[in-house]
Ligand binder design. Sequence first.
Ligand SMILES: NC(=O)c1ccc[n+]([C@@H]2O[C@H](COP(=O)([O-])OP(=O)(O)OC[C@H]3O[C@@H](n4cnc5c(N)ncnc54)[C@H](OP(=O)(O)O)[C@@H]3O)[C@@H](O)[C@H]2O)c1
Ligand SMILES: [Zn+2]
Ligand SMILES: [Zn+2]
Length: 499
Amino acid sequence: MPSREQASSSAASKTGVTGFSLPLPYRLFFLVIEPIATLVGAYYAHFAQSRYLELTHAASAPSPIPLGTSIAMSQLANLYFAFALSEALVLRSTSDLRVWKTVLFCLLLADFGHLYTVRSLGYQIYWSILRWNAIDWGNIPFVYLGASMRVEGPETWLEFHKNEFQPKPFGDYDVDIKIECCGVCASDVHTISGGWGEQHFPLAVGHEIVGRAIRVGPKVTLIKEGQRVGVGAQSYSCLDCRQCKNDNETYCRKQLDTYGAVWPDSGVVSQGGYSSHVRTHEHWVFPIPDALPSTTAAPMLCAGLTAYSPLVRNGCGPGKKVGIVGLGGIGHLGVLFAKALGAEVWVISRSHAKEADAFKLGADGFLATSDKGWNEPHVMTFDLIVNTANSFDGFDLDAYLSLLDVHAKWVSVGLPEGDGIKVRNQTFLSNGCFFGSSHLGSRRETLEMLQLAADKGIRTWVEEVPISDKNLSNIMTRLHKNDVRYRFCLTNYEDQFGA
Ligand SMILES: NC(=O)c1ccc[n+]([C@@H]2O[C@H](COP(=O)([O-])OP(=O)(O)OC[C@H]3O[C@@H](n4cnc5c(N)ncnc54)[C@H](OP(=O)(O)O)[C@@H]3O)[C@@H](O)[C@H]2O)c1
Ligand SMILES: [Zn+2]
Ligand SMILES: [Zn+2]
């Protein structure tokens, strides 16, 4: 029986071209491995797209993903390429027209594939040969880069640029979310302006995210593909320590933030919701009740939870007098939730400017710290005060604390920049009050809060703003000056990042 080398060289000599024997590994690659891989890729791309994305490790895959036909065509083009190249190499027949016709045919086919892809994905974020090829040619490992509005550093914190980013590798418990809207938290300003110290730049902030789950990991049980979901300020904890097992995962020593955190395994820096997509462990992905519009729900995922958790943990309810210091994003949701929980609620603001709004939100009373002797009529009458102030300018702690009843609680959630303020034991002596803080809230609390909001028809007061570099610069400036009533929510993601 003639060997394959002999067969190919005799075929070559029939066409009048000198043959040569291609080393076995090359022959195996061109004639066996590549065609099989290509056909398998084409099969999955066409008939089982979600499996295809799993196989190809598509990070934050766009939705809708490229047409199956476009990938299949490109895969076929790959196949022809492989045959043409192998023929060229085996026969060394660069003058053989048939080889070049095959190459041209495959290029034509590939072009159609590309055109289909561009048509299905839009030009906006796919105008990049690298990603285009990765998506269109179905190369393994497939690398899709998300797009985000990022800041380069604190010196230019009002300049947002659209960049690409690569999320952490897709894990078994991860959910990829195509973002629909995102609230703007004062923490975003503290972070990018450098007020909280060094950060990992370039960085996209935003941690009040609502979008659609477009892909779930094989071990995900809490979220279904296609569900409308939200993500807040936290994206990871060990789920195994004493804190995690007691609904205190927010306080886990291994907790990671939704943006600016370094994932321990991959070293990837997490990017927030001013982006096309976000990838999050299912524990920190929350189904949004149908009754809540997306832009109402988004700000609840950080601001709402930051208010809700200290309220429920510290006995807010009927018969309790609760104060909220600062009527901003967290503060106004604090008023809404404290009211929904049945307490008597007082807003403590710096001036009377927001008084009418406070009553519209449902507050029972309003104190303006600019009034002389503002605290005196209420000394030692409050059961709980949640402080949301994000600065210490002119902050008279003693006057605020004087409002608390014996052993009542002061919980600060605001995180002002700078060195903070000095306290002495004497500060707490007159009423023996407790002085504490609170960080976000647990998954259980998040789900409870969203349900309460849905049941009671609670509505965040939002100013919707289409996401763009100019608008971001503008709203950051306004938020920095406390000029918002009461939460900005970024919208129109498809216009910015493509469908
Ligand atoms: N602990 C957590 O888990 C957590 C989570 C999210 C955010 N935060 C932090 O919470 C703070 C508030 O966030 P936010 O998004 O609600 O901010 P925001 O919308 O800007 O509201 C802050 C409010 O604080 C009041 N305020 C500002 N400076 C003050 C001062 N010197 N003295 C007294 N009151 C002052 C203002 O209310 P008036 O005009 O009514 O006085 C302002 O509207 C930020 O520092 C943020 O980083 C903490
Ligand atoms: Zn926040
Ligand atoms: Zn833990």
